[in-house]
Design a protein around this ligand. Structure first.
Ligand SMILES: [Fe+2]
Ligand SMILES: [Fe+2]
Length: 343
C-alpha cells in the first residue's frame, strides 16, 4: 500500500486532491497545516508528501527540512498558486521532488505523484539490493575467516609434525627452537618489522631452521666429541637440505629463507651461498642473531651458559662480521637475555 500525505489549508483543494489520488492500493491522509502534518509524519512513513506553500501564515515548504521526511525518504511535491517559476526553482533547490502549479488537472497531479512513486520504488529496490550485498559480503567474510583459521591451524599442525620429526633425531632441538622463535620476534619488533607475513615467516623459519638435520647421519649428528673437517662439511649441508625439503610447501616459502640462510654471515664468509650484507634475507639476518643468543645463553646442552652481559658483549663483538650491525643494535635494545639464561 502506497501512502500519501496532503497538506493544504483549503478544504476544497484537500477534497479535490484526495479524490484525484485515492485508489485501491493508495491511502491518502489529508491535513490542514504544518503542525498536523508533523503529527502524521511522526506516526507513519509516507511515500509522497503533497504540500501547499501558503498555509495560513505558515510555509508548507518548511516541511522540506523536517527530519522525518528525510528519514523516511518521502518525496515532497510542492503545490502553489502564487509563485510560478521562482518558487518552483527555490523548492527544487531545497530538495523538493517536484512542483505543481495551481490550478492543476488530475492528469498533472497524478503524473507527478506517479513519478514520485517510481523513484521511491527504484530507491527501495536499490536499498534492498544494497542490503542483500552487505549480507552477502558479511557471509563471505565469515566463511573466509573460518577457512583462514582452519588453514592456519593446518599450517601450525604441519610445522609441528615437521618439528616433531627432527626432535626424534635431535632431542635438544625443541627447546632451542621455542627459544629462538621468541628471541627472533623480540628482535624483529625492536628493529621495526611490522609486516605480519614476514613475522609469521620468521616464526615458522625459527621453528624449522635445522629441519635439514633430519638428513644428517646419527654418527655425525649425535657424535659426542669434536667433528672432523669432513664431518663438518656434512653437517654444513643441513641448510640446503632443509630448504629443499620445504621447497614444495607454498606456505613455507618465506620460512624456507631462514632455513636456507641461517648460517650466512654478514661479511659473506658463511654458508651455503656465501651471501653478504643485505643480500641475506632480513628475516635470516634477524634469526642468525637470535640463534647465537640462545646458544650462548645455554640453549644447547653442550654449550655452557654465559652471563647475560657476556652474551650481549659477545654478540656486539660480531656486529659487522657475523651479524648485521643494525640488527645487533636492535637486539641490544631488547631485554631478551637480561633475565638470565633462556629455558
Ligand atoms: Fe643450523
Ligand atoms: Fe639453532
Amino acid at each position: 500500500m502506497k501512502r500519501i500525505l496532503v497538506v493544504d489549508d483549503e478544504p476544497m483543494i484537500r477534497d479535490l486532491v484526495v479524490s484525484f489520488l485515492r485508489g485501491p492500493d493508495i491511502s491518502v491522509v489529508a491535513v490542514d497545516g504544518v503542525g498536523a502534518a508533523k503529527v502524521e509524519l511522526d506516526r507513519a512513513n509516507f511515500n509522497v508528501l503533497l504540500c501547499d506553500v501558503n498555509l495560513r501564515g505558515e510555509s508548507g515548504t518548511s516541511l522540506l527540512e523536517y527530519e522525518r521526511v528525510n528519514e523516511a525518504q518521502t518525496a515532497v511535491i510542492v503545490m502553489s498558486g502564487v509563485a510560478g517559476l521562482p518558487t518552483a526553482m527555490d523548492v527544487i533547490r531545497r530538495g523538493a521532488f517536484d512542483f505543481v502549479a495551481k490550478p492543476f488537472s488530475s492528469q498533472e497531479l497524478c503524473g507527478s505523484v506517479q513519478k514520485a512513486f517510481d523513484r521511491s520504488e527504484k530507491m527501495r529496490l536499490e536499498e534492498a539490493r544494497k542490503m542483500e550485498l552487505e549480507l552477502l559480503v558479511e557471509a563471505r567474510t565469515v566463511e573466509l575467516e573460518v577457512a583462514l583459521s582452519e588453514s592456519n591451524h593446518t599450517c601450525d599442525l604441519t610445522i609441528e609434525a615437521l618439528g616433531a620429526a627432527l626432535n626424534l633425531r635431535d632431542t635438544e632441538t625443541e627447546r632451542h627452537c621455542r627459544n629462538v622463535e621468541m628471541v627472533s620476534l623480540d628482535i624483529a619488533r625492536e628493529w621495526g618489522l611490522t609486516d605480519t607475513q614476514m613475522l609469521r615467516d620468521l616464526r615458522w623459519g625459527a621453528l624449522l631452521h635445522d629441519i635439514g638435520k633430519i638428513g644428517i647421519p646419527d654418527s655425525i649428528l649425535r657424535k659426542p666429541g669434536p667433528l672432523t673437517a669432513e664431518e663438518r662439511k656434512v653437517i654444513n649441508t643441513h641448510p640446503g637440505m632443509g630448504s629443499r625439503m620445504l621447497q614444495g610447501i607454498e606456505f613455507l616459502r618465506g620460512a624456507a629463507q631462514v632455513v636456507r640462510h641461517h648460517h650466512e654471515r654478514y661479511d659473506g664468509t658463511g654458508y651455503p651461498d656465501g651471501l653478504a650484507g643485505e643480500t641475506i634475507p632480513l628475516i635470516a639476518r634477524i634469526f642468525a642473531v637470535a640463534d647465537a643468543v640462545d646458544v650462548l645463553s645455554g640453549g644447547r646442552v653442550y654449550q655452557a651458559a654465559i652471563s647475560p652481559e657476556d652474551v650481549r658483549a659477545e654478540i656486539s663483538r660480531s656486529a659487522g662480521s657475523h651479524f648485521d650491525p643494525q640488527i645487533v643494535e636492535a637486539f641490544l635494545r631488547t631485554h631478551s637475555v637480561s633475565e638470565g639464561p633462556l629455558r
